[in-house]
Write a protein that binds this ligand. Structure first.
Ligand SMILES: [Zn+2]
Length: 88
């Protein structure tokens, strides 16, 4: 019984520059300074606040979403600050 991973359409060899055609595929192995990722899926996500889009590994998508959420929360805090009297 063989346990070989079959490389078919569900996997991509690309290590960067992912686009719509790669969404749903998996990266067999991706080496980064922070660690090595195996069988990571490529996803397409967007920011619900500003509609920016991202296509890439799920880990990076999480960073994209978290980064935007953090940024937009900051924007809101700035807007509230202005309403409290810090108008230019
Ligand atoms: Zn955003």
């Amino acid at each position: 019984m063989t346990e070989k991973i079959v490389l078919d359409d569900d996997f991509t060899e690309k290590m960067s520059d992912w686009d719509e055609s790669d969404v749903g595929k998996r990266i067999v192995k991706r080496v980064t300074p922070n660690g090595t990722y195996f069988n990571e899926i490529i996803v397409h996500v967007f920011c619900q606040f500003c509609a920016s889009e991202f296509i890439g590994p799920a880990r990076e998508a999480g960073g994209f979403l978290g980064g935007h959420e953090c940024f937009h929360a900051w924007e809101v805090s700035q807007a509230i600050g202005r309403e409290d009297g810090l108008v230019e």
